[in-house]
Design a protein around this ligand. Structure first.
Ligand SMILES: Cc1cc2nc3c(=O)[nH]c(=O)nc-3n(C[C@H](O)[C@H](O)[C@H](O)COP(=O)(O)OP(=O)(O)OC[C@H]3O[C@@H](n4cnc5c(N)ncnc54)[C@H](O)[C@@H]3O)c2cc1C
Length: 220
């Protein structure tokens, strides 16, 4: 799909609080068109401080949603947290290639691995492509950080929780990955912090997954 990158001013419509300081911002979408997996660059209107955020909502939604983690001392995440509904924001995009080519959506086994708010593009995939065959592994510290996990179909979402014995697996998502049966032709998408991504890359390559089947979006 050809997408056109445009900078526009949009209105903040709503903020939805999630656990442990993460939140979902709902923005006016205007004529923004994007492909699931892409990100936008957002910041307060008139400010030079802007950051990348994956689109959390589906392409058919009339609004645009972003899932944002509160970063202590974070310039833009804190500014977005304190923005009131009705505030103008500046938005540029869409950008990125963390997308699933049409020919792979039906024919390929898909493995999604996220940490924290790195689940955002997978939430978008799940909503945009309801027939997709995937397993989503979500690494979080606490079960309360399984952001809106009940929205995924049964058996598709698995939480790896490190700091308490709740969720589906107690331990890091990469530990779970080490014991998971992964076919060599599985298409793998990794999103979130770079430590998880580097480690997951190594594990999956050692399990025989071709590097060209490994896709990553590094947040931090
Ligand atoms: C392609 C792409 C897509 C992204 N999508 C999302 C998304 O959907 N949701 C989301 O929450 N973030 C996402 N990010 C991260 C986001 O762009 C910002 O980096 C993040 O919000 C921090 O920005 P800030 O201005 O608040 O912090 P800054 O002012 O840039 O940083 C303040 C301090 O916090 C540290 N820091 C920065 N980020 C983090 C972090 N994530 N965790 C802990 N410490 C950090 C910095 O090193 C610095 O010391 C994405 C990044 C990329 C590159």
């Amino acid at each position: 799909m050809e997408t056109q990158v445009v900078r526009r001013q949009v209105t903040l419509l709503q903020r939805r609080e999630l656990a442990h300081g993460s939140f979902v911002l709902r923005l006016e979408r205007g004529d923004l068109d994007f492909e699931p997996g892409q990100y936008v660059i957002v910041g307060p209107a008139g400010s030079i401080d802007r950051r990348e955020y994956s689109v959390y909502s589906a392409p058919d939604d009339p609004y645009l949603e972003l899932l944002i983690k509160d970063v202590p001392e974070g310039l833009v995440s804190r500014a977005l947290r304190s923005a009131e509904p009705g505030s103008p924001l500046e938005l540029e995009g869409p950008f990125g290639y963390f997308t699933i080519p049409e020919e792979h959506r039906r024919s390929r086994r898909l493995l999604f691995v996220a940490t924290g708010t790195g689940i955002a593009p997978f939430h978008c995939f799940a909503r945009a492509y309801p027939d997709l065959e995937y397993l989503l592994l979500h690494g979080v510290r606490y079960a309360a950080e399984r952001h809106e996990h009940a929205s995924y179909p049964a058996g598709r979402y698995l939480a790896c929780v490190t700091q308490e014995r709740r969720g589906d697996y107690h331990g890091r998502v990469t530990r779970y990955l080490e014991q998971l049966a992964v076919e060599s032709d599985t298409l793998c998408y990794l999103c979130g912090n770079c430590d998880m991504i580097f480690e997951a890359f190594d594990i999956l390559q050692h399990r025989g997954v071709d590097p060209e089947n490994l896709h990553a979006e590094v947040y931090y």
